[in-house]
Ligand binder design. Structure first.
Ligand code: 5GP
Length: 201
């Protein structure tokens, strides 16, 4: 039986540990991949074009919008971020599941375009832990941290738009819980009509 990949959207405030949880999922599941987004944000010192993001000038990004090259895009903190369409569709077709690690507005738009997408909201154990994680990164100024905390509060209000909420207390457990979600989604009767038809012959 042909197997299409699952489209998994993971959102959550900066500092929740989305990146680490996604990395763990990729290590544990060879049939999963991460979509590389395009952004107009400048690269951080440790980032490489084509690895963490495709870094674009605003004009280039806007050209991609006009060419309908994105599944979704959104403005976040003054920069544009978008999910390139072709790479995602190709992988799903090949039976490879694709994770989109994106913010809440883009997630809502992607869910409209792909109703079968599985939306997971990754939450911190508490706001104190979130602040400590943001401060601990050591890469951002106090102003930036305050701004990110405000954005986090707004993002948490959007968790109700998601299908599942996973608390990132430990990375291992969060990854396991997401794997359980994906298994349950795969076993839904509505997604196994062909199997039922073959049994009912
Ligand atoms: P950062 O600048 O810290 O890498 O990312 C800022 C926010 O943009 C994060 O919440 C991240 O998940 C989100 N983001 C990254 N790529 C995309 C994308 O393609 N689309 C949308 N809508 N958000 C994205």
């Amino acid at each position: 039986m042909e197997k299409r990949g699952q489209l998994i959207i993971i959102s959550g405030p900066a500092g929740t540990g989305k990146g680490t949880v996604v990395k763990k999922l990729l290590e544990r599941n060879s049939d999963m991949s991460l979509s590389i987004s395009a952004t107009t944000r400048g690269p951080r010192p440790c980032e490489t074009d084509g690895v963490e993001y495709y870094f674009k000038r605003r004009q280039e990004f806007e050209k991609m919008i006009s060419e309908d090259a994105f599944i979704e895009y959104a403005e976040y903190n003054g920069n544009l971020y978008g999910t390139p369409k072709k790479a995602v569709l190709d992988k799903l077709e090949q039976g490879i599941s694709v994770i989109l690690e994106i913010e809440v507005q883009g997630a809502a738009n992607a869910a409209k375009a792909f109703p079968e997408a599985i939306l997971v909201f990754l939450a911190p154990p508490s706001m104190e832990v979130l602040r400590a994680r943001l401060t601990g990164r050591g890469t951002e100024t106090a102003d930036v941290i305050e701004n990110r905390m405000k954005i986090a509060e707004r993002e948490l209000c959007r968790a109700e738009d998601y299908h599942y909420i996973v608390v990132n207390d430990t990375v291992e457990e969060a990854a396991e819980e997401i794997e359980c979600i994906l298994t349950a989604e795969r076993l839904k009767v509505s997604k196994n009509k062909a199997l039922l038809d073959s049994l009912n012959k």
